[in-house]
Ligand binder design. Structure first.
Ligand code: URP
Ligand code: ZN
Ligand code: ZN
Length: 487
């Protein structure tokens, strides 16, 4: 009979094969058995009665300690991953950005140093391509080093990060050739620049304040860029993942493209599901500036529908924390607001409360969007993303209805404010396990910083899905259209 180091007893266990009332047996770092009345002799027993046992969440879009907007985002790998753990997050994927004049390897090295010794949970990085011509020949080496996802920004010229169509096209060709995937921040740079310059006057800034952040980013700024990126995806056959999609128009484009067989995947962030641009009318509306900004109630509805129908595959946070003091750098000029919000700690509670308890998605669908899909798409499945035998024992145990009130003073994030301050949310993690270790106990972080590990990968995107479901089937080149190859 198997001896289990830990048995999670009598929970409502959500697995890809269905949800059942029973136990999870853990040996070492792995899930070793699922069943009824597992033997507990000599085991540590965690009582999950009256609770849901769900797979640990993968937040595949975070920015920890990111130099951005003239400052550095305020959550580092210590506070960011502690915050995540409290919200049931057991894996993060950050974006490694090359230092000025640096290589893609430099980017990975810099981000490894940020994480090592600090991260409470497992992690890896998307590698940002900021100077395509100089960096294009480094992509293959990064895939060989274990990084299978790359990122390009269609905006942020002033940060030195912006990619043009040539870069997008050429990178997608390489994604096709290497079985990797390109993540894209899709906003139309030139139209955005034009709108910002039209409104950047002392009179209009005085009149509209932080509302200018929304006024200068109408939906077509994102919609056009998504269409363009999808066009290059379709033309090249390279796998594309649209990050932080915030518009209904974007969801329509993705749905139509997927129906044509275009290898594009879309992520939204939880703020686009629970907030709308009325927040900018608040006295502290500038705090809510993120990029892209939160949109209209009709976009919120369309994104929830996209999660239900399938064109929106992943919910993440785009965590990029700035304190009130950092946000105060704006001094009435919306173009100077450090853009981003805290999110890791509230991703699961918001999705559970508004999504599952709100009757919009089932708990199984929530686990698909927060855990299983992100793991599959980012090349981490079946090690991560689902409660099944052989997977890492990354788990969150949540009470179905008990709520906690969001209050920055009792949170792990370095933020001294929260977009959700005062909201009553269910779904905070009573117990979080990472590779079998209890890292959150009774809603308190107990895990040791630095225990998190880097996760090398060999696949990503639709290729990863195919590999995960049919391990013996190689990815055939005829699966994708193959136009002229990159030199
Ligand atoms: O406001 C945000 N999202 N800041 C982080 C950078 C980005 O575009 O994801
Ligand atoms: Zn972005
Ligand atoms: Zn981001």
């Amino acid at each position: 009979m198997t001896h289990f180091d830990t048995v999670i007893k009598s929970g409502n266990v959500v697995t890809p094969a269905g949800t059942f009332a029973g136990d999870v047996g853990i040996v070492g770092e792995k899930i070793a058995a699922l069943g009824l009345d597992l033997d507990t002799s000599g085991s540590k027993v965690i009582d999950a009665s009256g609770h849901h046992v769900i797979p640990g969440v993968l937040d595949v879009h975070v920015h920890l300690e990111l130099p951005f907007c003239g400052t550095v985002s305020a959550d580092d790998y210590r506070t960011g991953t502690r915050a995540g753990a409290r919200g049931g997050v057991t894996t993060v994927i950050d974006f490694a950005i090359p230092p000025a004049g640096g290589t893609l390897d430099d980017a990975a090295d810099v981000w490894m140093k940020k994480a090592e010794g600090k991260s409470l949970i497992d992690y890896t990085f998307h590698i940002c391509i900021t100077k395509f011509q100089e960096q294009k020949d480094q992509i293959k080496g990064m895939v060989e080093r274990g990084f299978t996802t790359f990122k390009e920004f269609m905006i942020y010229e002033s940060e030195g990060w912006q990619s043009d169509d040539r870069a997008l096209f050429g990178t997608l060709e390489r994604m096709r050739d290497y079985g990797a995937m390109l993540l894209v921040h899709a906003e139309s740079a030139r139209v955005l620049d034009e709108l910002i310059s039209r409104y950047h006057t002392p009179e209009l800034m005085k009149r509209y304040g932080a509302r200018l952040h929304a006024i200068t980013r109408p939906n077509f700024v994102e919609a056009e860029a998504i269409q363009r990126a999808v066009q290059w995806c379709e033309a090249t056959g390279g796998q594309l993942y649209i990050v932080h999609m915030s518009t209904g128009e974007g969801a329509d484009t993705i749905r139509a493209a997927q129906a044509r067989g275009v290898p594009v995947i879309a992520e939204t962030c939880v703020q686009y599901l629970v907030l709308d641009d009325s927040v900018f009318a608040r006295d502290d509306g500038h705090l809510f500036a993120c990029c892209p900004q939160v949109k209209k109630p009709k976009d919120v509805e369309r994104l929830w529908a996209g999660l239900k129908h399938g064109e929106v595959s992943v919910i993440s946070t785009d965590t990029c924390t700035f304190t009130r003091e950092q946000k105060a750098m704006w001094q009435g000029d919306w173009t100077k607001i450090p853009m981003g919000m805290p999110g890791l700690e509230t991703l699961l509670p918001l999705t559970y409360t508004r999504g599952v308890l709100g009757g919009r998605i089932s708990i199984e669908e929530m686990c698909m969007k927060l855990s299983t899909n992100p793991a599959r798409i980012m090349g981490l499945y079946p090690r991560k993303g689902a409660i099944q035998v052989g997977a890492d024992a990354d788990l969150a145990i949540i009470h179905p209805t008990n709520t906690l009130t969001v209050s920055p003073s009792s949170m792990e994030t370095n933020a001294d404010w929260s977009p959700y301050d005062g909201w009553d949310l269910a779904g905070f993690s009573r117990t979080t396990l990472s590779r079998g270790d209890v890292i959150v106990d009774n809603y308190k972080v107990v895990g040791k910083e630095g225990r998190g590990r880097w996760l090398p990968r060999t696949t990503a995107g639709l290729a990863a899905n195919r590999a995960a479901s049919m391990p013996s089937t190689p990815l055939r080149s005829s699966d994708l259209e193959q136009p002229v190859k990159a030199s």
